[in-house]
Design a protein around this ligand. Sequence first.
Ligand SMILES: NC(=O)c1ccc[n+]([C@@H]2O[C@H](COP(=O)([O-])OP(=O)(O)OC[C@H]3O[C@@H](n4cnc5c(N)ncnc54)[C@H](O)[C@@H]3O)[C@@H](O)[C@H]2O)c1
Length: 383
Amino acid sequence: MAHRKLRVGMVGGGGPGNFFGGPHRTAILMDNTAELTAGALRSTKEGSLAEAERLFFKRGYGDFATMMTEEAKLADKIDYVTIVTPNDSHYAAAKAALENGIGVLCEKPLTLTLEESLDLVRLTKSTGLPFIVAYTYTGLPMVMLAREMVSQGDIGEIRKVEAWYPQGWLADRTEDSGLQQATWRVDPKKSGASGCGGDIGTHAYEFVRFVAGLSATEVSARLTTFVSGRVLDDDFTVLARLCNGGTATVSASQVTVGALNDVGFKVIGTKGRVEWSMTDHLNLQVYRSGQPLQVYRLGGDPLPDSMAGYTRLPGGHPEGFHEALANLHKSIQRQILARAGEATPAAYPHPGVVDGAAGMAFIEAAVASSHASGAWTAVAGVD
Ligand SMILES: NC(=O)c1ccc[n+]([C@@H]2O[C@H](COP(=O)([O-])OP(=O)(O)OC[C@H]3O[C@@H](n4cnc5c(N)ncnc54)[C@H](O)[C@@H]3O)[C@@H](O)[C@H]2O)c1
């Protein structure tokens, strides 16, 4: 691979009312290491082509299937694709990419069903292509630092994880306003079997896996639909048994009036505790038994070598959500370079296709448990 920018495709993320295409484009372009090469940005052919032109993509396509097969024929084909459609097309778009030799950075939840996710796991393993799932918060440096501390044994054996994600934007019938993000998120055909759980409960559960390095083996869940006329849950409360014998609580809600994206976690071990919240995301609180509470400040305190290149500014200048997303793009880009034999620092182990599938296994078990009045329900193992 000659020294060049990587070529990125995008599926979804276009149109005037769209949310998450913009943050991904900012993230892709942030380090000047990649370009917006190919786009199938909307669900209609005309819309897709018009958006690709408006947003200065080099090549526009009418739909993602054509994009993957046509790109595969080119000498300068895309290196990876960013999938940022509603959840119902993640599977088909990711499958089409992998089958055409294209790496994938896919939005969460990975698919509509666990079965689809497992198929992507198989396909990713058989092709050996890079695959990252956009659990954005895992790209925040203080979340990565928490993971480093836990994996180094700083807080001992993990006894408990508390993970939470409250939002308030669906506390009323927001979907009746026509807001497109609300409309498809409350539709099981587009969103999946759990509304709140799939949309934000998966982010909270990923802290159990990414930061604590553990996974749920059984869950007892209560999924509630508080707003009348809605089919899917808008509140998601799960108690989990962990693979090491520990306990986790994973709580997410879209009806916490006044909450924004106030996601966070506590990981509690035998020798200490790490605690982080998006409302104070530049700081990581660490309590080690017998010592005063310590607060690690981004930019002020040293970071491990494994995180080199994952921060961009001197301390005191906030790095946040866009930078976190850019860090996930950095990781897939490093994986692609390494696979091509190029000199590159090691990619940080950000969540991949297995983690995305584990998120779906957690959701499916929580839905089944809730239907059975909270009965303890096994979570399918994914590896
Ligand atoms: N990781 C995060 O922090 C985070 C944050 C927000 C959204 N998301 C995820 O991003 C995805 C998109 O969410 P959003 O809020 O941006 O939705 P949105 O409704 O704002 O945008 C969806 C876009 O997909 C396009 N689209 C729909 N079907 C398509 C198809 N078949 N081919 C091409 N384009 C298609 C639509 O035209 C639209 O541009 C969801 O999976 C969501 O869960 C993740």
